[in-house]
Design a protein around this ligand. Structure first.
Ligand code: TRP
Ligand code: CA
Ligand code: ZN
Length: 320
């Protein structure tokens, strides 16, 4: 089902906003070079893949120290949330932990607001932070969680001040049926929901035998992602491995424009797909989907890097 572009939907070709560069270097920032010209200052940064992979390594060690998973209601979930929250707090985000109950256990969403921008036009990126109980969940969904975290940290490093308000979210209990994101959307009420210009979802973006799938939802968000990949000369396909199988569904059902990226789960790569993307014909995009082998070895670095850079590109473009 496609949603029509609503009155408050995102606009393409928006006016560039002069970005205020911060003078001081921030820990973890790229080495300082010559001052960027104003036009370059408004461009999205290249997200460092090494930083994204460092977050994944931390998620894996958290799972190892907590019974092999980061699942809802388990200590590995809490530790994952504490790790992400500490990074965001140190970078200057306003963080909120939202509690809910699922299957008799307390769950948590983490919301991070970047101060500034129009509070009536919120551009949001989110990913689920819980794993299944059978494994550490590094592709599903450490990948989305780490890339969204690194995009948020890049916003802080660049002192980015877009016209719209930026919000980032990490959902709990997705694997139990989108429980955290459903809870958040209902907690917003119709007034809160009307302020969200767009919600971008990232669930599995580093699959080891990757495809490049773009959600076929809001046309402006979809075009933004397609433009990014077209600029790299990479073919994309529409995501068809189960519409509504991730945290964008509650937003979509509430009338919020949504979009997202996906590198594939348990469907198998066709010969046509292998011809354009490489990889192994007849094998699943992620042979370790929901398994104990979904570790840091279960990641294609190139796909994770491209998708991470695409998140930053979209967040910059859609918030002008
Ligand atoms: N959400 C699923 C999970 O976490 C993964 C998945 C399957 C998916 N198909 C999808 C995510 C399509 C996004 C889009 O187990
Ligand atoms: Ca990159
Ligand atoms: Zn998932």
């Amino acid at each position: 089902m496609k949603l029509p572009l609503s009155r408050r939907a995102l606009t393409a070709g928006a006016v560039a906003v002069a970005t205020l560069m911060t003078g001081g270097a921030v820990a973890g920032a790229a080495p300082a070079t010559a001052p960027a010209p104003a036009s370059a200052a408004a461009a999205a940064p290249d997200i460092p893949i090494a930083n994204v992979k460092a977050h994944l390594a931390r998620f894996q060690s958290i799972a190892q120290a907590n019974g092999g998973n980061r699942a809802h209601g388990r200590p590995g979930y809490q530790a994952s949330l504490d790790y992400v929250k500490a990074k965001l707090d140190a970078a200057g985000f306003t963080t909120t932990v939202q509690r809910f109950t699922a299957s008799g256990r307390t769950g948590y969403n983490l919301i991070a607001d970047w101060p500034g921008g129009d509070a009536n036009q919120v551009v949001m990126a989110g990913s689920h932070l819980d794993s299944v109980s059978s494994g550490p969940g590094i592709n599903d969904n450490g990948s989305g969680s780490a890339a969204v975290l690194e995009t948020a940290l890049a916003v802080a490093r660049s002192g980015h001040q877009p016209a719209k308000h930026l919000r980032f979210a990490w959902w709990g209990a997705e694997e139990l049926g989108l429980v955290g994101s459903r809870h958040y959307v209902s907690s917003l009420g119709s007034t809160g929901r009307a302020k969200i210009s767009g919600y971008l979802n990232f669930d599995m973006i580093g699959s080891p035998n990757p495809g490049y799938f773009v959600y076929d939802d809001d046309p402006v968000i979809e075009k933004t992602f397609k433009d990014y990949f077209a600029g790299l000369g990479i073919a994309t396909e529409i995501e068809t491995e189960g519409d509504g199988r991730s945290d964008h569904a509650p937003f979509k059902n509430a009338g919020v424009p949504v979009g997202g990226l996906f590198s594939g789960a348990d469907y198998r790569k066709t010969s046509a797909q292998a011809a354009k993307w490489g990889g192994t014909v007849g094998q699943p995009f992620d042979r370790c989907y929901h398994s104990s082998c979904d570790t840091t070895a279960n990641i294609d670095d190139t796909a994770l890097d491209r998708n991470s850079d695409a998140i930053a590109y979209a967040m910059w473009e859609l918030s002008r």
